[in-house]
Design a protein around this ligand. Structure first.
Ligand code: IMP
Length: 423
């Protein structure tokens, strides 16, 4: 059975958590393939809002097994907090949540290194979530990392000490003022490791191979968004993993030929948190309204998100890179009330009109070219079927479908599970 993928097509925060939760009833396994606790996947149902960082978004469903894949980086301390938050739901975590032995661990010193590296960058800082993601992936590719499977070996603490000591000298090298109490951080870390070791570790590529062979339905869950991809994003203002479809192959061990549907999620407008170029960013009242109505604050850091119109040039790029087969448009409700809405359909790049995403989209090189469309006045949040959607929103959707040449199968009209319209 082929593995379906679900991933974000913008700069993250598209609403992947909500859609995974909505789709989980159709799947036996939900498998997260990259990223770590820099992600904040928000799910809302029965009047409760849940934010997951590392645990896959299928965890609340009885039918689904949730796998944290080898491509993910795990901070045991944050993972423990996530588990603590789930305690009251009486989930059978030991059998529902399986962790790849090949997933890498975020050490306390990775977090400190992240902070030191960002501080040393000054104005050029990435705007990292400071969860230690970059330094952990650096240790992975540098072949120094500690993996979940190492925790089953007797000598893992020696390996830990050597790496943490090395990190301390690297922190000194940055020569910035970072205050920390490593003993305290380590005490939390070792406590959390004890809890992590209570969970089920697996050889996830083998588990997923057998699952595919026996016809199990698997949904691979991405984190962040395509424009934050280490290769194809707005480098260097990106995260440190492959957030695009290819990341599911390396992050789970799924062969490319066994990828089924690729579900791409985008917001009806655009947001970005952290530094980096954002051609359609708005600095006016319209952008402020999107932020306020859309409650655009980072689920992990609480930082306000930058807001702007939908960038179709960037969206087409993401659709192509990922081979998207179905689209899901989120937060259409947030644009309710605007008389006109705009879509960026091309850029003026160094004076010339271009229809593709050029190498350098820094503000000084790019002027967005917009198409204006009639907005939709009506409140969408109580709508339950595609027939109820206002005519002008349908025109917006039709235009995007024609341009992207892919159907928009879901239109989300609010944060709750129930506020989801299937087309
Ligand atoms: P890092 O992955 O924490 O190092 O952050 C690198 C960049 O990616 C920063 O601009 C972050 O704001 C952004 N980023 C990381 N994770 C997310 C996410 O889950 N949603 C949105 N932006 C993210």
């Amino acid at each position: 059975m082929a593995v379906d993928l679900l991933l974000g097509l913008q700069w993250g925060d598209e609403g992947k958590g909500k859609i995974v939760d909505v789709l989980t009833k159709n799947y036996n396994i939900i498998a997260r393939f990259q990223g770590g606790p820099n992600a904040g996947h928000t799910l809302e149902f029965d009047g409760i809002k849940h934010v997951l960082h590392t645990i896959p978004s299928g965890i609340f469903h009885d039918n689904a097994i949730n796998v944290v894949g080898n491509g993910v980086v795990i901070d045991p301390v944050i993972f423990k907090k996530e588990l603590d938050n789930l305690n009251k739901f009486n989930l059978d975590i030991k059998s529902k949540l399986l962790i790849s032995r090949k997933a890498h661990l975020i050490l306390p010193t990775h977090r400190l290194l992240d902070a030191a590296s960002e501080a040393a960058k000054g104005k050029a800082k990435i705007g990292s979530t400071l969860k230690g993601i970059g330094p952990t992936y650096m240790d992975k590719t540098g072949r120094n990392g500690i993996r979940v499977g190492d925790l089953e070996l007797n000598n893992w603490k020696e390996k830990y000490r050597a790496l943490a000591d090395k990190h301390e000298s690297m922190i000194d090298f940055h020569n910035v003022d970072i205050q920390y109490d490593l003993q305290e951080l380590e005490s939390d870390f070792f406590n959390a490791i004890k809890e992590l070791k209570q969970l089920t570790f697996i050889d996830s590529e083998e588990y997923l191979y057998q699952a595919q062979k026996s016809g199990k339905k698997i949904l691979a869950e991405g984190a962040q968004g395509s424009l934050l991809d280490i290769d194809f994003g707005t480098y260097p203002y990106v995260t440190s993993s492959n957030t695009t479809a290819a990341g599911a192959c390396t992050g789970l061990g799924v062969p490319p030929g066994n990828i089924g549907g690729v579900f791409g999620i985008f917001k009806a407008y655009t947001t970005r948190v952290g530094s980096g170029p954002f051609p359609t960013e708005l600095f006016d009242k319209v952008g402020a309204t999107m932020g306020r109505v859309g409650n655009e604050f980072g689920a992990t850091t609480g930082r306000p998100r930058r807001c702007g119109w939908l960038d179709l040039v960037a969206l087409k790029y993401a659709v192509r890179i990922n081979g998207v087969s179905e689209l899901m448009m989120m937060k259409a409700d947030v644009l309710s009330g605007f008389k006109t809405v705009k879509i960026c359909i091309a850029y003026k790049y160094k004076g010339e009109k271009v229809n593709h995403l050029p190498y350098n989209i820094e503000a000084e090189n790019i002027v967005p070219i917009y198409k204006e469309m009639k907005g939709w006045e009506k409140d969408l949040t109580k709508m339950t079927s595609a027939e109820q959607l206002p005519e002008t929103l349908i025109e917006y959707i039709d235009y995007l479908e024609a341009e992207l040449e892919i159907p928009i199968k879901i239109v989300s009209v609010g944060p709750d599970r129930k506020q989801t319209i299937h087309r």
